[in-house]
Design a protein around this ligand. Structure first.
Ligand SMILES: NC(=O)C1=CN([C@@H]2O[C@H](COP(=O)(O)OP(=O)(O)OC[C@H]3O[C@@H](n4cnc5c(N)ncnc54)[C@H](O)[C@@H]3O)[C@@H](O)[C@H]2O)C=CC1
Ligand SMILES: NCC(=O)COP(=O)(O)O
Length: 335
């Protein structure tokens, strides 16, 4: 096997991530191989899998290149320097923030230094990380920062992708009262450029079609219901078209996501988080994948969060996690 394995981060120890890594291994150990290793505290991971009734061996490895040989027998784990200290299922603790963040940092180091072919992240408990002093809204922005610290260009863009729909929020983890102020022509144009470029590079779409959603009801009714669509979104669409990008909008968001509308574009560029994530999580919660565009490496994750109430039960559905691993493996194979 010549390709490097995928690096999978442990995520929030109190969430469903650790047991979903085990359930994903069970789903992926046979059939089309997507070998991965996990960056985790192996003692914690083994204990959580055991408690959740997920019968998967945990095998400590010394370097990612050992993952291929180990993968058939269990989850290969690279041991973190930080131990998981609290790890009560369903009860996140800031004590575990160092381990959570070390896993992400080590995964990026592995992919940038050529030991891994891509990064798949398990969900983190954002509020807990914020309480511990984490200064980024989420993985998306943190991964961009880690790439830049390594001297690499990064303009991270969040896309949630499924077979039925791909969506991109232009503003992401910001209060709804800030959306109008943060939405600029430049932000819409730069985000859409990256989406158009990476639909070709990562998804093989030869001539990407972008649907640009309006911000206001009915895309503003010519400025009568809010001025942002007229003054910000429409000029951004014109600039994209002038660059030769097939962008249409601003389109009324309420009629952008039904089945026949979805056949008219390859990605919907949405103005705020829930405008993008409500439709895709309604249509494809079980198999949609969060993929970060604009990074110098492949990163995917499941579309869901830590699902604390399911943690430790072994009952969380691993299908989005499995889809995230498969997508990362496919993307990493592209030239
Ligand atoms: N990439 C990441 O690290 C992400 C992290 N989060 C974080 O997760 C935490 C919890 O967020 P919520 O809004 O509660 O979303 P959530 O996705 O954790 O849960 C929402 C609902 O979906 C259910 N659910 C989630 N995953 C499931 C699965 N695999 N199988 C079956 N049911 C599942 C949960 O039980 C809950 O009813 C927050 O701190 C949030 O920031 C949320 C999304 C992505
Ligand atoms: N709601 C999507 C989400 O929270 C994903 O965040 P990230 O941690 O992947 O940046």
């Amino acid at each position: 096997m010549s390709r490097n394995p995928l690096a999978v981060t442990m995520g929030e120890p109190a969430g469903v991530g650790p047991e979903l890594i085990g359930l994903s291994w069970l789903a992926l150990r046979t059939g089309t191989p997507c070998p991965f290793y996990c960056l985790a505290d192996p003692d914690f991971l083994a204990a959580r899998l055991d408690a959740a009734g997920v019968p998967v061996p945990v095998l400590t490895i010394d370097c990612p290149s050992e993952a291929h040989a180990a993968f058939g027998d269990g989850i290969p784990v690279m041991r973190l320097a930080s131990r998981v200290r609290s790890a009560k299922a369903g009860d996140p603790s800031t004590d575990d923030a160092p381990a959570v963040l070390e896993a992400i940092e080590r995964a990026v180091a592995d992919v940038v230094d050529g030991r891994a072919c891509g990064v798949v992240t398990a969900p983190v408990q954002k509020e807990t990380l914020y309480d511990a002093g984490f200064a980024f809204p989420g993985h998306t922005e943190f991964l961009g920062e880690l790439a830049r610290r390594r001297g690499l260009d990064a303009y991270p863009v969040m896309m949630i992708a499924s077979d039925e729909l791909r969506v991109v929020p232009v503003t992401v983890h910001v209060p709804i009262t800030d959306v109008s102020r943060l939405l600029t022509e430049d932000l819409i144009v730069e985000t859409s450029r990256i989406v158009a470029r990476e639909l070709t590079a990562k998804f093989g779409v030869a001539t990407p079609r972008l649907a640009i959603a309006g911000l206001n009801p009915h895309a503003g009714e010519g400025g009568r219901i809010g001025t942002e669509d007229r003054d910000v979104v429409a000029p951004a669409v014109a600039a994209l078209v002038a660059e030769g990008i097939d962008a249409r909008g601003p389109q009324a968001a309420d009629t952008l996501f039904h089945a026949s509308a979805r056949r008219g574009y390859d990605a919907a560029i949405c103005m705020y988080h829930d405008q993008a994530l409500i439709p895709i999580k309604t249509i494809a919660f079980d198999d949609a994948v969060n993929v970060t565009l604009g990074l110098p490496f492949v990163r995917t994750s499941p579309d869901h969060g830590t699902a604390l109430s399911l943690a430790g039960t072994g009952k969380a559905n691993p299908s989005s996690f499995v889809a995230a691993i498969r997508m990362a493996w496919r993307m990493a194979a592209r030239p």
